[in-house]
Write a protein that binds this ligand. Sequence first.
Ligand code: MOS
Length: 739
Amino acid sequence: MFGFGEDNVTLTMDKPQPVSRLDTTVQGLVGTGVERVDGPAKVSGRATYAAEYRIDDVAYGVLVGAGIGKGKVVSIDADAVKSLPGVIDVVTDYDTFIRVSQQGGETEAPTQGVRDVEYFGEIVAIVLGETYEAARDAALRLPIDYETEEGVFAFSMEAERDGDLPPNNTPAQSAQGDVEAAMAKAAVTIDATYTTPSQNSAAMEPHASLAMWGEDGSLTLYGAYQMPTSDAQQLADALGLSKSKVRIVSRYIGGGFGSKLGIAPESVAAAVAAKRLGRPVKAVMMRQQVFDATVRRSNTSQRMRLAATADGRLTAIGHETTASNLSTEDYFEPAGISTHFLYAGENRLISHDLVRVNWLLSGSMRAPGEAVGLLGLECAMDELAEALALDPIELRIRNDPGRDPEKDVPFSSRALKEALRHGADHFGWDRRQAAGTRREGDWLVGMGVASAARANILMKGSAKVALDPDGTATVTSAMTDIGTGSYTILAQIAADMLGLPLDRVRVELGDTNHVPSGGSGGSWGAASSGSAVYLAAQALRAKLAKAMGVEEEELTLKDGQAIGANRQVALAELLDGKPIEAVGTIDKGAQEKLTTQASYGAHFAEVAVDVVTGEVRVRRMLGVFAAGRILNQQTARSQCLGGMTFGIGGALHEELMHDARTGKLVNRDLAEYHVPVNADVPDLEVIFLPERDIHANPIHAKGIGELGICGAGAAVANAIYNATGVRIRDFPITLDKLL
Ligand code: MOS
C-alpha cells in the first residue's frame, strides 16, 4: 500500500514557527496539570536509580580523598589494607584518574608516578571490597604519605589574577559607552559590592556509578547523569575509548542541579577498577565526598554600579564579578549573564574575572550566573529605587528596554512588565510601607520585589516515536528526567499529537543506546526534547495522512482513530498491522541570534524580622512567571516552587565554609550545610502568565527549570531591607549580620 519505514525529520530554528499543532489537538493534555507518569514507580521503589541495580559478582568501591589541600601524594600503602577481611584491591592508577572538568570533555593530562593534589578531598584512590563495609573500612584506614606545598586557601580580592580574561563582546565581557563618565554626571548613583559564598547543589542522590565491561571491550555504566550523550563522550575521552564503546544508563536521577551535568570522579574510578578486577564495580560517593570532590558554585564578589536620571532612567549599568576556581579550570560563575539584557541604559560594563584558589573546582549549579547575579543586580535596583524615592516596580518598568540594549535585536517574547504588574496586584503591593515602619509586636515586617530572568537555550537533540498497530506509542531518547517531569511532558506531547490516551504512550529515557539528546541542563530540557518528540510525531502524522489520502493539517487523530476526508479508520487497520516510527531532531539556528530569548517573571516576598534575635521568617512569597507555553501546569509549578525555595536558601542559609588553612570544607553534609527546611518555607504561590514564543521552538515553550530561583533571593533580601531599613550585601543574610 505505502512504505512505512524509519523516517527522520530535522528542524533547525532559522525561522519563527508561527503554527504549532499542539494548539489544535483534540485531546489537549499539553498545558494541563497531568500527574507524573513515573510517580507510582518512584513512590513504590520500582524506579531503579544507579546505585540500586543488582548485578552478580559486583565489587564495591569506596573512594579516598586527599588529606591535604595542596601538594603531592608520595606513596599509598595498599598492602597495609589488602590483608583486611573482604578487601580485594586498591587502585591508585593515576594515569586515567580523575580530575574531570565539569563542563567539557577535557580531562587532566596523564601524570606519571607522583600525583599532584590541587584541593582537599580530591580523589586519589578507590578501595575495592566484597562488601561496601569492607571497602569503606579499608578506605578510612588507607595510609597515604603526602608532601605538602603552599596553597591558596582563602579568597581575596587583592589576589593576583591570571590576566587571561575571556574575550570582549561575549557573554563574559562587554563594554559599551563609558560607565565612569555616566556615574560622574548622574543625578543618582549606586556603587555597592555584593558577596555570595561557595554553595553546593546538595542533590538528594549521591553520585553513583556501576561499571561493567563487555568481552568486546565496551563499557556499560549505570550512573546519575543529566546529559548522558555528552557524558558518554567525556567518559570515553577519559578512558581513551571511542564513544561507540561507552553506554551510559541514567533512567532515574535523584536531582542534579548542575552537579551531574558532567561526569564525576566515581565514574572513571569505577570503570578503571572494574577493568582491573575483571568484574563489575559499584562506587557510591559518601555524602561528604559529594561535597568535597564533585563541584561547587563559586563564591562571588560583585561590584554593582547604577547611574540614573532624577526621574529614574538608567544611564549606566556596571556589573563586575570576581569568582574563583582552580588554576587549571576556565569556568567562571557568569553572574552578569542577564544583566546584558534585563534593563535599559546606554553605558554598560559587564565583566567576569577569576581568583585562583586551591578549593574544589567550581562549576554549574542551578541557574549558573543568575541565581547569585540577580542577588547583586536586583538588590542594587532596590537600593536605587530607595535613593530615587521611587517605587521599585515603577523603576523596573521605566527601564524595561524595547529591544536588547546591547545586541539591538528584538526580544522573542518578554512579559516582565506584565509579571511585575500582575504580581503587585495579586500580592497586595500597595500595602507596602516605608522601610522600617511596620511593626507587629517584636517583628518588623516588610515586602520586597525582584525581577526574574533566565536565558532560553535550545539544545540539539533527537527523539524517536514508534506507533504500534495496537494503538500504543513508544518514545525513546537519551534525554533524562532529573526529577523535573520529562517522562510526563514527553508522554503528553506524543499522546496529544497521535490522539492516544496517556496510558497508551510509553517513554523510555536515560540510555545512550537511544537517539542522542542534549539532556537536562540550563533549563533547555523540556523545550528541546519536547520539540524533538513533536517533530517525530509530526512525521508520523504525515505518514498517516498520506495513508488516509489527506493533507497533514486535515488529519484528526483521536482515540486511536484517524479521521479525515469524511472517513474514520482505526490506526490498526490504517497501519496494516505494521508499526511505524520516526526520529525528530531539533537544532538551534539563526533565531538564537536574531532574537534575544529568555523567560521572565517577578518575585514578591513578605518577611518578618525579630527585633530581639534578628531571625528572619519568610511569611509568604509569590512568583509570577512567563515562559512561553507551559507544558504541564503541575510539573512546571513544582519547578518554580523548588526554585523559590532554593532562592530562600541563597538569601538566608546556604554557605560552604572553607578552612583557611587547607581549603577543606568544614560543613560538608546536609546537617551542617544549611538548606531551607519545611519550617523555613511558607506558603509559596506560583502564577503563570499565558505566553507563546514562536522564535524559540515549534512547541513555543521556554525554559522554566531555573527561572524560579532567579531573583527569588533578592526579593527576600529586599523585603528584609523594607522590614528593617538595614541593607545586608553579604549573603547569606544570617541573624548576626542584622543585629
Ligand atoms: Mo543546570 S546548573 O545547567 O543543571
